[in-house]
Ligand binder design. Structure first.
Ligand SMILES: C[S@@+](CC[C@H](N)C(=O)[O-])C[C@H]1O[C@@H](n2cnc3c(N)ncnc32)[C@H](O)[C@@H]1O
Length: 284
């Protein structure tokens, strides 16, 4: 497994008075956030640093950025958030020329911007729902840029497919945290009156033959595969490894999926860094 040396330490918060991400219930995020989500993202960036170096413009796009700082449940200190870690991982060898970060909460978007600036990044923040801000972010990207989009919503319903369609206008790789927990909670989501809430993430899923014919046990997997095919329809291929992130109770909550288009190297690098984590598709 490729190791990133940069992400292993915790830097002090340049702005301790600014907000911190403590999860939806404000009790602190799970330890899986730094240990799995952030580690995989940063290991991937570090392992791909020579590929990044070849590009005159390197852009990081994060439409669900949070405030740039997290606190893990039970810990007395705070740690860097995903965008800040991503910046620091490449800062020495192939720094992002621009960090484009957004959040529905303007205070969080601004906090992330300030923390990135404190680390020396060139950054622009966007306040608003990702479905809107992504359009402005795409407008900011120069033609000669390689981009990575880190898509990390709390819920599947915010993972609107239109975000991916917008990003597909760019030369971009996608690191997406796909919330399996939402599907878990809707074990019988064929009959769920709220089922429409997945329509934005995967338009047309209710008419898909494989989903319609799937057993109750398999319908969540069929949904996920349908979504992968939708993204594939934009020309992206997913990496073989899609590690599952588990919560403290051992339940799968996210699947970390990586997509690239037109070149195999990023998928191979992702697979290398992700190998060893649980990658079975059977346990949704
Ligand atoms: C999982 S947290 C982000 C954590 C961050 N990516 C990290 O790695 O440190 C999700 C963030 O999305 C924001 N959010 C919720 N709904 C949103 C929406 N529709 N569009 C953009 N941001 C949203 C929340 O305010 C929250 O800060």
């Amino acid at each position: 497994m490729v190791k990133s040396r940069l992400v292993r330490s915790v830097e002090p918060d340049p702005y301790p008075h600014l907000p911190v991400e403590r999860g939806k219930k404000d009790k602190g995020v799970g330890i899986w956030v730094p240990q799995d989500k952030h580690r995989l993202l940063c290991d991937y960036l570090y392992a791909s640093r020579y590929a990044w170096k070849k590009w005159p413009e390197r852009i990081f796009i994060d439409p669900f950025c949070g405030p740039g700082r997290i606190q893990v449940e039970g810990e007395s200190f705070t740690r860097e958030g995903g965008a800040v870690l991503a910046w620091r991982t490449l800062a020495e060898e192939a720094p992002f020329s621009r960090m484009l970060v957004g959040d529905i909460d303007p205070i969080r978007a601004a906090a992330c911007e300030r923390r990135l600036q404190a680390g020396g990044a060139s950054v622009k923040s966007f306040a608003g729902p990702a479905v809107e801000t992504i359009k402005d972010m795409v407008q900011e990207v120069p033609r000669n840029a390689l981009c990575i989009a880190y898509i990390d919503p709390y819920n599947l319903e915010y993972l609107s497919f239109s975000i991916i369609e917008e990003l597909a206008k760019l030369r971009v790789d996608l690191a997406i945290n796909f919330c399996t927990m939402d599907l878990q909670r809707n074990a019988e989501f064929e009959f769920d009156p709220e089922r429409a809430r997945f329509d934005d993430a995967a338009p047309g899923w209710r008419e898909d033959k494989d989903v319609l014919e799937a057993s109750k046990q398999n319908v969540k997997l069929a949904f996920f595969r349908y979504w992968c095919r939708l993204v594939g329809g934009l020309g992206f291929e997913h990496s073989r490894e899609m590690p599952l992130v588990h919560n403290n109770a051992g339940q799968p909550i996210y699947r970390m999926v990586f997509f690239a288009r037109g070149h195999d190297l990023p998928k191979r690098i992702w697979s290398d860094v992700a190998r060893g984590q649980n990658r079975s598709l059977e346990f949704f």
